[in-house]
Design a protein around this ligand. Structure first.
Ligand SMILES: C[S@@+](CC[C@H](N)C(=O)[O-])C[C@H]1O[C@@H](n2cnc3c(N)ncnc32)[C@H](O)[C@@H]1O
Length: 314
């Protein structure tokens, strides 16, 4: 027992000491460029239970920093690699995801407060603001892009400057762990999105709990993630492509084979469409039908849930 808690204390200390103090007490009012973050924002003591990092088994307390290293390494080439690996299809999925949510103020309604978790370089956030403006003539709906990795956020911030969304109060960037979302008040968000982020989170159930906490009653949870491909012959081709070509492309285009090896392994480890839909329901969300829609033979899927207006009494 004593050695377990000693290990836990040592592991936590190792992570926290890798995180600059400025990054640990990140202010919501500041952009990521204002701080020199080089480690994950670990806001709670992690346990020493085991989890997976791709195909490796690692201590839970170490996973966040390993994931952080992956995304710091790919941040500058992330957008290019997405296009190369998916032949640009990720753009169609993201367009579809946002169109299906159709964010923006509806007649007689209020502007929305959107939270895009694991928002990275802002791909989803920009699309949502564009949708609000172009479809609903809504220039007040705003998005918080929350991500555990300051390097990814900095890339997003550069894009926000280039697209003219910064400076404006329609978009802000925060370094936050999906598991805790410490700076986001309870019942404050109309729409929570997480796109290709949830599989990287150490404790997915904690992230779902936080999503439920921050959403207003009636608020929408929407997640897009890689999923299981069917039929089986197509899956065989997909697995071959994933494991032989993607790490090689990572090496050739981004000079980083290992991060892309992690990427394909983490996709393989993610629960099935049905299992993840059940986790969403277990977190308290209501889902329609089976709770998800598949894109491109299940290469990716979109899950949606609604936080009930009233919690049923047991
Ligand atoms: C594959 S990228 C997705 C970026 C963007 N949402 C998109 O669709 O292009 C995954 C992102 O998840 C972030 N991430 C990983 N673990 C996280 C966590 N626990 N909390 C918040 N973000 C996390 C990474 O830093 C990275 O930016």
């Amino acid at each position: 027992m004593a050695s377990r808690s000693l290990y836990r204390a040592a592991a936590n200390k190792r992570i926290l000491s890798a995180v600059p103090r400025s990054a640990r007490c990140y202010s919501a009012a500041k952009g990521p460029a204002d701080q020199a973050s080089s480690g994950p924002k670990v806001s709670e003591p992690a346990s020493d239970a085991e989890t997976h990092f791709g195909f490796q088994t690692v201590k839970e307390s170490l996973k966040a920093s390993k994931v952080h290293d992956v995304f710091s390494s790919v941040a500058a080439s992330y957008d290019t690699m997405n296009d190369v690996m998916s032949f640009g299809i990720h753009r169609l999925w993201k367009d579809h995801f946002v169109r299906s949510l159709d964010p923006g103020r509806k007649p007689g309604g209020q502007p929305l407060q959107i939270l895009d978790v694991a928002g990275g370089t802002g791909d989803i956030a920009f699309r949502m603001l564009d949708n609000a403006a172009k479809v609903h003539h809504d220039f007040e709906t705003s998005v918080i892009v929350a991500d555990i990795n300051g390097d990814m956020l900095r890339e997003g911030e550069k894009r926000a400057v280039a697209t003219g969304y910064l400076p404006s109060n329609r978009i802000s960037f925060r370094e936050e762990d999906a598991e805790t979302l410490n700076s986001v008040p309870d019942n404050s968000i109309d729409l929570y999105t997480i796109s290709f982020g949830i599989r990287n989170v150490t404790r997915i159930n904690e992230a779902l709990k936080s999503a439920y906490r921050v959403l207003k009653p009636g608020g929408v949870f929407a997640c897009m993630e890689f999923s299981k491909v069917s039929p089986a012959p197509l899956d065989a081709v997909y697995q071959q492509y994933s494991f032989s070509i993607i790490p090689l492309m990572g090496q050739l285009v981004a000079g980083d084979r290992d991060s892309y090896q992690y990427l394909v392994e983490s996709i393989k480890r993610f629960p099935s469409q049905q299992e993840f839909a059940q986790m969403i329901r277990d977190a308290g969300f209501l889902t329609a039908g089976r709770g998800y829609d598949e894109l491109t033979f299940g290469v990716a899927s979109v899950w949606k849930g609604i936080k009930p207006l009233e919690v049923a009494k047991k």
